[in-house]
Design a protein around this ligand. Structure first.
Ligand code: ZN
Length: 202
């Protein structure tokens, strides 16, 4: 399937077990997801390999607040990257903190609630437009209640841990089926997962 020409530069960054994506808009850049707490040095290394710098990243959005997606969010906030929390995710941002405390992870820092920027999901297109990124962020629950996906107008979609299409019938869960329908309704044609290989939308 041919993708429409996009002004957004998509860079995959993997420095642990999670595929993270950096979207370069015409005015701001937005990072999707992080990795486990303690991965900050690996993050810098991955950026360096792509000749990128953390200073060049404006915003961070997290597809859902599982530990392998939000682990270094607070570190990135401290170096000046603004965490964008969708309103439907706000009550979940600390749901994984206990996992890091349980493993006595010395690198873990909790997210500072006073430094986040909450964006209403209904205003996501406007927010992305302010970055020069044509697209929308939608609520796609199924893996977790706080899961969101970012769909570019080019058709490229970033869905975090949403289950791949072949697995959807196995779950027989109307919530997952509805999330996939929502992705299609928003024009998703090529899906980027955090752990699975890319998929063309059937
Ligand atoms: Zn997950």
């Amino acid at each position: 399937m041919a993708l429409k020409n996009s002004t957004v530069k998509v860079t995959q960054l993997k420095y642990g077990n999670t595929k993270c994506y950096l979207l370069g808009g015409t005015s701001k850049s937005l990072l999707i997801d992080t990795d486990w707490a303690g991965k900050l040095p690996a993050f810098y290394h991955a950026l360096g390999q792509k000749k990128l710098t953390a200073q060049g990243i404006d915003y961070l959005i997290i597809t859902h607040y599982h530990p392998d997606h939000m682990g270094i969010a607070a570190d990135l906030m401290r170096i000046g990257i603004r965490l964008i929390v969708m309103d439907c995710q706000q009550k979940y941002i600390h749901q994984s903190d206990h996992i890091f405390y349980k493993e006595n992870n010395p690198a873990f820092q909790p997210i500072n609630d006073h430094k986040i920027r909450v964006v209403k999901i209904s205003q996501s297109r406007r927010f992305l437009a302010s970055c020069g990124i044509p697209g929308v962020i939608i609520n796609t629950p199924g893996h977790t209640n706080d899961s969101v996906s970012l769909v570019l107008d080019s058709g490229e979609a970033f869905v975090g841990d949403l289950y791949p299409q072949d697995q959807v019938p196995l779950y027989n869960n109307p919530v997952i089926t509805a999330s996939w329908q929502k992705l299609k309704d928003n024009g998703a044609s090529l899906v980027h997962f955090a752990h699975y290989a890319n998929e063309i939308v059937k």
